[in-house]
Design a protein around this ligand. Structure first.
Ligand SMILES: NC(=O)c1ccc[n+]([C@@H]2O[C@H](COP(=O)([O-])OP(=O)(O)OC[C@H]3O[C@@H](n4cnc5c(N)ncnc54)[C@H](O)[C@@H]3O)[C@@H](O)[C@H]2O)c1
Length: 255
C-alpha cells in the first residue's frame, strides 16, 4: 500500500535535513507538495538537496544553521517564513552521537556538545517555531528522540539523557498548546541505516550483525520509515495525537 499526503500550500522545516532521516523526510514532504526549509550545519549538502528538489519543480530552501546556536535557529525560522509565508510542520531532527565512554570518564566538553545539539537544539527550534505557530493558531511539530529516550544505553549516558530530555520537552509543550491548535509529538527511532550508523559501524562502535540480532523485526530501519511516521504525525490523520513518544524501532523497546 502506498500512503500519500497532500501538503500543497504548507511549509515544513526540517533540521539536520541534508542527510539520513532528515533528508528522507525533506524528500517526502517536498514530494507531498510542501515547501521545505532544509536546515543544516552542512550548508553545501543542504543546498545540493534543495537544488535537486527545485530541479524537479518542488519547493525547497537551504539554510545553513547550527541548531545549538539560538540566534541561528531564530534566523532560520524567519528565513523560512519570509520565503514561504508561514510555518505549518517541523521535524526537529538534528542530532549527534559521540563514542561510548565509561560514565566516570565522560568529559564536560562532550556532555555540553551533545546537550547543545540534541537538547538545546530541539528546545531552540521548538521555541522559535512556536512563536510563529502561536500567531497562526496552527502547526504540528515532531521532535526526534530515539530508543535512547525510552531506555538506557551502556556508555551513552549523555546521549540518552538528551533523548529523554527531548521527550520531557515534547510532552510539556503538547500540554501547553493542546487548545491552541499546535500538536507536538516525538519519534523514537530504533537503529536506522543512515550516515550516523555507517560512521558508528566504521568506527567499530556498532556491530551491524549484533544490532540486527537485537531487533525483533530482524533488520535495521530505513530513513524512509522514519519519514513516513513524521508525515503521518504532521498530517490531519493524526489530528487527535499529541504528546506522544512514538517508537519506530522494529519492537526493540517492546522487549
Ligand atoms: N540513525 C539512528 O540509528 C538513530 C536512532 C535513533 C535516533 N537517531 C537520531 O535521529 C536524528 C538523525 O540521525 P541520522 O542518523 O539521520 O544522523 P546523520 O548523522 O546521518 O544526519 C544528521 C544531520 O544533522 C546535521 N547536523 C548535525 N549537527 C547539526 C547541528 N548542530 N545543526 C544543524 N544540523 C546538524 C548533519 O550535518 C546531518 O546532515 C538524530 O537526532 C539522531 O540522534 C538516529
Amino acid at each position: 500500500m502506498t500512503v500519500t499526503y497532500d501538503f500543497t500550500g504548507k511549509t515544513a522545516f526540517v533540521t539536520g535535513g541534508s542527510a539520513g532521516m532528515g533528508a528522507a523526510t525533506v524528500r517526502a514532504f517536498a514530494e507531498a507538495g510542501a515547501a521545505v526549509a532544509i536546515i543544516d550545519l552542512d550548508g553545501d549538502a543542504a543546498q545540493k538537496l534543495a537544488n535537486e528538489l527545485t530541479g524537479k519543480g518542488l519547493k525547497a530552501l537551504a539554510v545553513t544553521c547550527d541548531v545549538s546556536d539560538e540566534d541561528q535557529v531564530a534566523a532560520a525560522v524567519r528565513a523560512t517564513v519570509e520565503a514561504f509565508g508561514g510555518l505549518d510542520m517541523a521535524f526537529n531532527n538534528a542530532g549527534v552521537m559521540l563514542p561510548p565512554v565509561d560514565s566516570a570518564d565522560e568529559t564536560s566538553e562532550a556532555f555540553d556538545k551533545i546537550v547543545g545539539v540534541n537538547l538545546r537544539g530541539v528546545w531552540a527550534s521548538m521555541k522559535h517555531e512556536l512563536k510563529q505557530m502561536r500567531e497562526q493558531g496552527s502547526g504540528a511539530i515532531v521532535n526526534c528522540s530515539s530508543l535512547g529516550g525510552l531506555v538506557g544505553g551502556d556508555g551513552r549516558a549523555g546521549y540518552h539523557a538528551t533523548k529523554h530530555g527531548v521527550l520531557g520537552a515534547t510532552k510539556s509543550v503538547a500540554l501547553q498548546y493542546g487548545q491552541r491548535g499546535v500538536r507536538v509529538n516525538a519519534v523514537c527511532p530504533g537503529t536506522i541505516a543512515t550516515p550516523m550508523v555507517e560512521r558508528m559501524t566504521a568506527g567499530g562502535e556498532l556491530d551491524p550483525k549484533g544490532a540486527v540480532a537485537a531487533i525483533p523485526m530482524g533488520r535495521l530501519g530505513r530513513p524512509e520509515e522514519i519519514a513516513a511516521a513524521v508525515l503521518w504525525l504532521c498530517s490531519d490523520a493524526a489530528s487527535y495525537v499529541t504528546g506522544v513518544a512514538l517508537p519506530v524501532d522494529g519492537a526493540y523497546t517492546a522487549q
